[in-house]
Design a binder for this molecule. Sequence first.
Ligand code: BTN
Length: 261
Amino acid sequence: MSAFTFKLEEMDIKLDTEYIGTNFIFYDELNSTNERLLTDDSIKQHGTVLLTENQFVGRGRMGRKWISEKDLSLTFSILLTEDVDSKNINIVNLGASLAVAKSMENLYQLDVNLKWPNDILISNRKVSGILVESITKGNRFEKVVVGIGINVNQPVFEGKLLIPPTSVRKEFGRPVKRERVLSEVLNEFESILEQIKTDPKGVLDSWRSRCNWIGEKVKVINGSDELVGLFDDIDSDGFLLLQQKDGTKKIINGDVSLRKT
Ligand code: BTN
């Protein structure tokens, strides 16, 4: 056991939720926490959290890989089986990134920036990424899985990535407790899920206030398609409104990457 080993009892003290994390599962290693929650039908409880130290096939957005580091990152997924529908799934997606951002502000006073749809950046470097996947039956969401990877205590990063990475430790200046970060994210996420039911606009406003891309010229990349325009705003569903010469285009597909031009 190293000084960095995850200690469940330290997390329990800080977890203050009704349903998120009430069922908490830990695996030393597995293919992907998202994949497991989507495919294992024995795991049913709304709010189940599955945490691991190592994924063999960590999934990122747009078919990319997500690399976690044992004892240093946080790699987990949250299963939602209630209250998510086609009308609010995009807000849940943005809400997850908002939960991570708020946690880092609350705990470490970090200046966090959100990039549509759900990258979490500090000093233009990526500290956390989110992948929401779902299984639908007819027009009903049977399972929604919110997968979150956070770079917490990595002191350095090897190799070159599309968006340069950072960690909480690098930004805060010293190692932090992963248990504390995870509890805070789960607490914030549950309260955002509740707020989505009564005040989705408030959630979107909080997200918007942390996005310094609004008002900037951006390139929206979707495979080989590229659209350039002004990032005008997000709409009441959380979709990106891209202002172009011939009018405003709504970018619905979350499978895009955004660059400032
Ligand atoms: C991205 O920024 O590309 C999204 C990264 C999402 C990674 C997390 S780690 C936990 C969960 N399980 C996965 O396989 N992926 C997500």
